[in-house]
Every structure is written in C-alpha cells, then in structure tokens.
Design a protein around this ligand. Sequence first.
Ligand code: ADP
Ligand code: MG
Length: 695
Amino acid sequence: MGARAKELYGSMVFNEHVMKERLPSATFKSIKATIDEGKPLNLELANVVASVMKDWAIEKGATHYTHWFQPLTGITSEKHDSFIAPLGDGTAIMSFSGKELIQGEPDASSFPSGGLRATCEARGYTAWDPTSFAFVKDGTLCIPTAFCSYTGEALDKKTPLLRSMKAISQEACKVLRLFGKNVEQVTATVGPEQEYFLIRKEDYARREDLIITGRTLFGHSAAKGQELEEHYFGTLRPQVAAFMKELDEELWKLGIPAKTEHNEVAPAQHELAPIFDAANKAIDYNLLTMEYMKRIADRHGFVCLQHEKPFDGINGSGKHDNWSLSAGGENLLDPGDTPMDNLQFLTFLTAVIKAVDEYQDLLRAMVATPGNDHRLGANEAPPAIVSIFVGDELGAILDAIVGGNTYEAHDQSQIDLGVDVLPVFPKDTTDRNRTSPFAFTGNKFEFRMPGSSINLADVNTVLNTAVAKVLKDFSAEMEGQADFTAAAAKWIKHTIRDHQRILFNGDGYSAEWEIEAARRGLSNYKTAVDALPHMLDAKNIALMSEMNVLTPVEMQSRCEVELEHYSKVINIEALTALGMARRSLIPAAIRFMGDVAEAATRKKALSAHISTRTEEQMLQYISRDTDMMNDACDKLEMLMRGVERTNGTYERADYYCHTILPAMKELREAADHCEIIVAKDYWPIPNYSEILFYI
Ligand code: ADP
Ligand code: MG
C-alpha cells in the first residue's frame, strides 16, 4: 500500500483507533469489552460514545445519521435523520443521543416479513451492532444495526448471523477446552470473493431487460464467447483499471480491505476479493462493496451488473464464501505441526464434514434465488448437489483413518495413523477442483454455490449453526471419557465413515456424478423452488431452534419471503420480455420486412428478370420467426393469466418456475433466431458482441 492508501485507509470509520484516541479511557475500556466479549452496552456509556461519534462524524462532513440494516430483501436499508435539533429560539444545535445510537424505530411495514408482523403493529426497531464499526458515507453517519420486531423476532439477516456466531463461538470454545486451551471467543471468519460485470452505460440504457431485471432476457450468443480463455487474469482495459483504482480507494476509506482485483473468465467479467474478517463485518463490507461498485461504475461510464446470469451462454457471477474459524489468531482449520494439533484440526474438519452432509439441503436452500438457478448445474458454476472436495492428499488421509490403514504420503514417507501418532499433514494442497461446491483449500473452506447478488448472511448463519451443533454433540460425547485423545480419534473415525458420501473429489459437472450422487442419497434440488421448502423440514427447524438462531416462526417467515420473492422476480421478467417482444422486437422485424419487400418490389418494377430470391427467402425466415415470437407472446400471456388460479406461495412459485419460465424461453429462442437475420441497424437492442467486447 502506498503512502496515500495508508492515509486513506479507514479514514471514514469510527474504528477502535479513533475510539481509543477520542473516548475517555474508562468509556473506551467498556466499549472494548462490548466489542470483544459481547458485554451489553448501557445507556450512560452510549451517551458518551454518541456525543463523541457525532463530533467526529461532523468533522467528516456528516449532517445526518442512519441506522443501516439488512432487511429480508437482502439489500441494505437506511433512513436518514439529521442531527439538527431546533432550540425554539430560531437556532439549532447538532444533537445525537445514546438512545439514538443504540436503538432506532424505522417504520417497518413496507419490508418483507413473511407474515411475521401484522401491519397494524408495523414498527420494528433497529439495534446497534457495536462489533461492526460506524462509518460516514455521503455525509451520513451510518450505524450498522440489527432489525427486530417489538416481540423480538428477527426481521433482518444480521440478527440470525450474530446469533449463529455466538453459538459457534460457545461450542468451539468448549471443544478447545477439551484440548486444554482456554479461549474466550472463537470467530467465524469470512472472505467473500465478489464477481461482477462492467458494461457500457450507453448499451445498458438501450436494454430494457437489463434495466428492469438485471439480466438479458434476449440476445443471441456472440461469435466469440469465453472459449479462447484470454480474459481470465488478462490485462485490464484502461477504463476498467481506473474504475478499480477508485473503487479500492473508496473502499479503503471505509476500512474495507479490498485486496485483489482481476478479470474473470467471461468477457467483461471481473472479481474483487477482500482480506477476510469476522463474518458479520465481512458481510457488511461486502454489501458496501456492492453498493460502491455500482456507484463508482457510473462515474466511469459503466454499469456494474451483479446479477448471477446477465448473459446466456457465458459464465455467470458467483460470490465464493471462504470460511474458517479463528481462535485468538489461531486458524482452527489450519493443519498443525504436531499430532495433537492435528487431532484438533481433524476434529474441526470432521465437524464441518458432518455438518455439511447433514444440512446439505438447508445450505442449498440458502443459495436458492431465481438468478442463481441459471448458474447452479449449468455447466460452469458448481452443480446443485452439495459435496465436499478435500483434495487427494487429505482425502487419502481420511480414507486411511476410516480404514485404519497406514497412510503413505506422496513423498513416500510413512505416516502412522495410530491413535496417538496422527499424521503430520503435507501443507501444500495445491490441487484445486473448481467444479466442487464446497472445497477445502488448505486452511479454509470455500463455498462456491452462493450467487453474486445475495447477502451472504444466510449462508454463514446456517454454516455456523450446523457446525456449532456438531461441536456441541462432540463435547457431549467426550464428557466423562477417561482417555480424551482416544475418544476423539474414535469419534473422528466413525463420523467420517458415516458421512463419507458427501466427500467427492471428481468432476462435479459430469453426468456420472449426478447418477453417483443419487446413488449416495445426496439431495439434488435443481431449482430454488425445489430447494426452498426444505427450510421447513423438521430436522432443519430443530437445528435452528435448538441452537437459538431462528425460531420455527422465523424460519417459516424466511421461507415465505424467499418464495414470494421468487414469484415476483419471474413475474417482472415475464412482463418485461412480453413488453420488449411486442413493442420493440416484433415491430423491428416488421419494419425490416417492409423494407425488404419494398426493395424486392422496386427491383421487380425495374425489371422482371432481376432475381429477388434473397429478399424472398429472408422474408420467409423472418416471417416465420416473427410468427413464432407472436405465438410465444400469446402463449405467455395466456399462461400469465393462470397465475391467479394458483393456491398459496409455494404453488405460485412452482408455477412461475415450471410453467412461465419455459414459455419465456420459447419466446427468447424465436427472438434470438430473428436477431441474427434481421439487419443490425434495425434490431432495437445492442447485441452480445457490442455489449461484451467493447474497447
Ligand atoms: P482464491 O485462489 O480462491 O482467489 P485466496 O487465497 O486468494 O483464494 O483467498 C480468497 C479469499 O479467501 C480471500 O478473500 C481471503 O481473504 C479469504 N480467506 C483466506 N483465509 C481465510 C480464512 N481463514 N477465513 C476466511 N476467509 C479466508
Ligand atoms: Mg475462490
């Protein structure tokens, strides 16, 4: 980082450094205890912090403050209040109280709640998450908060995440105590890699589908796609480089550790990866990153597309969730150097394997969105089947543990897998399997199923909770065991044996894997609508409520919100496709046909001997395509009327998924075929080549 970057970094954040400098030392100590140990914050303390925070924010140009929260829509929300407090004598002061800092009362009636909250008691409240620092954005002091109803139900995505972090911290600490380690807190860490597309504003402005739905509903694939593999890590276009530089700087100001920026596989696709952080902070940062990407793209003549599948036929965008557990600086998924370290590593590794196997359907449901349906299983992103890749080396070790065999390392050294002589692991796990949805990458897991547009809170809430539950059961099983080492080794052995079906090192895209996975009894929910109802399976409800993360009612509401969201999205897409086809694509084809017919007529008028074969043939082709478009529109319209006849949220979503989407596809096929024969200057929307291969 250059000197300037160093100066910028965190300059707009009310971080620990600022607090230490500005708060009275007793207040700082208390707030630090709140941050580090989750001790409650009292109003007196909050008043002091609020006043100092306000002065700091005003220095940074703030006039307003907002409780910044993450309703179930997944995006962030803010309601701005100014610091102004009129004194009644025509003057005003800037005021911000402790109460305003720790609690807000946004009118919650227009956020989705999945039936959790009757409209008559529409008020929810927001509560400060002091473990995620406040920051100034656009002249507003933003306070990261959780959002709950007055009866205490979580109306947001942050609350359950914080609850799950507490659960995993408690259970992991208990396990570590069995290993003779006294730690107060274990933190779930997350490093989200964000993929996105940058396209030119002028192309975007001419595509109603991109504007309204975030993805192209029409568009024949370009002559060139990503087959030359030249874009990945390729040289950045100068405008893109300028965008990335400004983005990095803006993120650094907010204390967001943006680290790597590079081109991705598809043309016009890029990725940003930050340095990992505690899960709740990392997710706040990711949401801010997404917001800033859009905003900064605009300043560089671009539009940033964050949809999972903006373009058919080329890779979509994901958001890899790199996940691990950290105990006071020790990464619990880092294989150690001594046998005892390795026993601990294997315990946590095994816990993750068991958790992912037992709750594979719940994890799948957490990434189920209409956009992600175009990715999962579409021969590019991971398949819709959850499985774990551990690499050949670690895989062989796990096999040997289950089989009770001696493990022969790749360097030919013998490793005895006896109870008290566990292997020293080879550190270098360079083999990477890009087709795996859940891959162990040496010292962390990388969950690759999440789509680019989602809030990762849900995924990490489930992951933390499921692993916490397995650790809880492990501790219970170890209770009263005379020989902990032997008991733990035995647990590892039988647990891996029982959950071996989830381990898969092969090609996740292959047809054979689908068959093999079915044989193993792994779930394979191809669409969001197939996956989402499993949130309500008894074992999943039991998990979330036993670990005090989500009550059955909260689970129900979340499932409801996601299914409703699914239907709304497809409804918007279908209406947009219909509108575009009827009002611009079909008329464009007719206009072109008119001109071709006119040209042919003129030729004939000039001489009956001139051939009009080309014109006639073109007219035939385009006429056929246009009829097909028109028929497809009629059919889609007719089917859309059927939506009203569906009963309940699930049935409606299912109808959109299995009836409306195929009809949209038919319309698209006819239009895309028409696009490649109608003269380019007649076609009203920019084509894939223009959009993706700009200079
Ligand atoms: P890739 O090859 O997939 O780009 P990297 O090693 O660059 O992988 O890391 C990708 C992401 O994983 C980064 O955001 C990084 O900060 C994050 N990461 C690394 N270690 C951890 C960890 N212990 N916990 C969570 N995330 C981590
Ligand atoms: Mg990655």
